[in-house]
Design a protein around this ligand. Structure first.
Ligand code: ATP
Ligand code: MG
Length: 244
């Protein structure tokens, strides 16, 4: 079955993201010549991400993984090409729609957690619900349920600085999932964790992704972490070199 959008294309019913001929170049000042130069970071990338699958993006440092993830999440505009979300052309829709996409359809997980240090874990996790004007009682219940799933219920009244790295990342995953987004984008979520902690975090992340029927796009350098995902896309110098 195909669905059509006002600012988009017909999409297969199991297609969540469709990327076509994506390019990104950054402008950089050359300090020696004082001239502006351009560096091509993403080059003609095309790929499709289906609903409920977990896709891993791998490649050497600097090959463009974070840049690609930011574009998929609507945090960065491409220089050329398109990203379709359920057939809707994200970078050609209205600014308000893009903001809504980021807020309600996407949950971000970062290597350095990006928790707010002056708020407790409960307050960090409740923030996305407050932005959606969810009532307090429901919000507190949802945070409690998510904390149980992530085995951090006993840490809700602690501040991020009082938690171990793995606990902070579990809280960050909880925050990312709070609004029930369809897509989770995770950039090296285990990059700051030791092997054992990283494994626990990945098991929780992929376990929740399957159980809650989410789609996961995850960046990692670690082959073992990649094995938790359904398939791997390898990037070299901004181009896809394998899609399996
Ligand atoms: N805002 C920016 N302005 C200019 N160049 C940038 C900017 N952000 C990233 N780059 C450059 O683009 C290239 C790709 O960066 P990106 O962060 O996407 O790589 P990455 O694959 O995520 O690397 P890593 O594995 O180290 O995180 C790098 O050479 C980086 O220096
Ligand atoms: Mg990166």
């Amino acid at each position: 079955m195909k669905t059509e959008n006002k600012t988009g294309r017909a999409a297969e019913s199991d297609e969540l993201l469709c990327v076509r001929d994506l390019c990104k170049r950054y402008a950089v000042e050359n300090n020696r010549t004082m001239k502006r130069e351009y560096s091509e970071v993403i080059r003609e990338v095309s790929l499709t991400v289906r609903k409920n699958e977990s896709v891993c993006i791998m490649g050497r440092s600097g090959c463009g993984k974070t840049t690609l993830l930011k574009i998929l999440g609507g945090l960065l505009a491409p220089t050329a090409g398109s990203v379709y979300y359920k057939g809707e052309d994200l970078f050609r829709c209205r600014w308000k729609r893009m903001e809504e996409y980021r807020r309600t359809q996407v949950g971000f997980v970062f290597q350095d957690y990006k928790l707010l240090d002056h708020l407790t874990i409960r307050e960090n996790m409740i923030l996305p619900l407050m932005l959606e004007h969810e009532d307090v009682e429901t919000s507190v219940r949802k945070v409690g349920e998510m904390a149980d799933r992530l085995q951090i219920a006993g840490r809700l009244d602690y501040y991020p600085g009082e938690l171990a790295g793995g606990e902070k990342q579990r809280a960050a995953i909880g925050r990312a999932l709070m609004n029930d987004p369809e897509l989770i984008l995770a950039d090296e979520p285990t990059g700051n964790l030791d092997e054992a902690c990283g494994r626990i975090v990945m098991e929780l992340l992929t376990g929740l992704q399957k159980k809650l029927h989410k789609t996961l796009v995850l960046v990692t350098h670690d082959r073992e972490i990649a094995d938790h995902c359904d398939r791997t896309i390898t990037i070299r110098h901004g181009r896809i070199v394998s899609l399996d």
